[in-house]
Design a protein around this ligand. Structure first.
Ligand code: SME
Length: 161
């Protein structure tokens, strides 16, 4: 399968809708989870224009930074800490409209104003999270939640994770 994306256009929902089958194709013939997660973040950043998008992977008591697109970020987040660690603890997605109002938010970049974190769940355990940051307040809604949850499902089924 080609690694090239067909150009996408339309509303955010239309872009996600066109992107999802292309993400499936992008990862189907590759066994390296690093390569697959890297391409998924690149596809999300280049099509949806996210400020920061990346994966943190569960490693013992930590979430450790994995493939991402955007500015350099914190490398380790403890269980229950920050938005990412909280989503891990709760095993549930979190949409934060204003990061300054989220107690314990970890500011990797002062430019980040809102955030969505979706857990990747395999065999009833969180194995990673997808984290997306925006420079705008309240940038994420149910559309992001829906499609990023679909992408988390795709990621849960990848070899090597
Ligand atoms: N803000 C996150 C930390 C990761 S960065 O946003 C890339 C948090 O509070 O968990």
């Amino acid at each position: 399968m080609s690694h090239r994306l067909i150009p996408l256009s339309g509303t955010k929902e239309e872009i996600y809708k066109q992107l999802l089958p292309q993400l499936r194709c992008l990862v189907e013939d590759e066994d390296s989870h690093i390569a697959n997660l890297a391409n998924i973040t690149a596809a999300l950043k280049s099509t949806l224009g996210f400020f920061w998008v990346g994966f943190y992977l569960v490693d013992g008591p930590w979430l450790v930074l994995g493939p991402f697109q955007g500015e350099p970020a914190c490398t380790r987040i403890a269980y229950g800490k920050g938005v990412c660690g909280k989503a891990w603890e709760l095993s549930s997605a979190l949409v934060v409209d204003d990061v300054d109002k989220f107690e314990g938010h970890i500011a990797c970049s002062a430019k980040s104003r809102s955030e969505i974190v979706v857990p990747v769940i395999k065999n009833n355990k969180v194995i990673a999270v997808i984290d997306v940051d925006s420079e705008q307040l309240a940038a994420f809604d149910d559309v992001d939640l829906h499609y990023l949850t679909e992408i988390a499902r795709l990621v849960a089924g990848l070899p090597g994770l």
